[in-house]
Design a protein around this ligand. Structure first.
Ligand code: CA
Length: 224
């Protein structure tokens, strides 16, 4: 699964990312609520592990804002205190499940498996720009009806651009969403990935991926 971990305590965030990564999940970490919200709304995840206590926008606010946007991504909320008021507040905000800190890693992983089994994940509609089509449910990408084979990272990059079709996606947003916050990736690496993506999905006319000089990238069908 693709999992977004929103946790401001770096040690805990790293621990979660490593443990979930070892279970075979693809993990993106956000270190505050606002960043978590921005990443969650710009890319698709199968699960969000959301700390309740975050500086700025707290976990309850993040969950509520995502639900207001009709984002039904399952949310596992981490609550600091085991009081019923906190738990009710978390679940009322739209979280699907909660875990009280401190928790054992084994319990967290079991809860993550339970969420994935419950399949609360709605089938996402496919994305289409011109003759480029991406199906988030099967991760299948076609251009002009021909299947395109992408690496997981190329796929994430393309999905991010397609979800924001017609809008410039900044380099910073791409690095945070596709590589994860704080990943040491330089901009040349990003250019290489964009180049590979262009070769694979944009080798024919019309060109869909456009460079917005000094800002980022934009995917859209050219207007006549
Ligand atoms: Ca916290």
């Amino acid at each position: 699964m693709r999992i977004l971990v929103v946790e401001d305590e770096r040690r805990m965030a790293n621990l979660l990312a490593r443990a979930l990564g070892e279970e075979g999940h693809q993990v993106v970490v956000a270190l505050n609520g606002l960043e978590g919200f921005e990443i969650a709304r710009s890319a698709a995840f199968d699960l969000i592990v959301l700390d309740g206590m975050l500086p700025g926008m707290d976990g309850v606010a993040v969950a509520r804002r995502l639900r207001e946007r009709h984002d039904r991504t399952p949310i596992l909320m981490l609550t600091a205190r085991d009081t019923s008021a906190d738990i009710v507040r978390g679940l009322d905000s739209g979280a699907d499940d909660y875990l009280t800190k401190p928790f054992s890693l084994a319990v967290l992983l079991a809860r993550v498996r339970a969420v994935s089994r419950r399949g609360a994940i709605p089938r996402l509609p496919f994305l289409e720009v011109g003759d480029l089509r991406l199906d988030p449910a099967t991760r299948r990408v076609t251009r002009h009806g021909e299947a395109v084979s992408l690496t997981p990272r190329e796929y994430s990059l393309l999905e991010l651009l397609m979800r924001n079709a017609g809008r410039t996606v900044t380099r910073g947003t791409i690095l945070d969403s596709v590589w994860g916050f704080g990943a040491s990736v330089n901009e040349n690496t990003l250019e290489v990935f964009i180049g590979q993506l262009r070769t694979k999905v944009d080798g024919c006319e019309p060109k869909l991926i456009h460079t917005v000089r000094g800002a980022g990238y934009l995917l859209e069908e050219p207007k006549e």
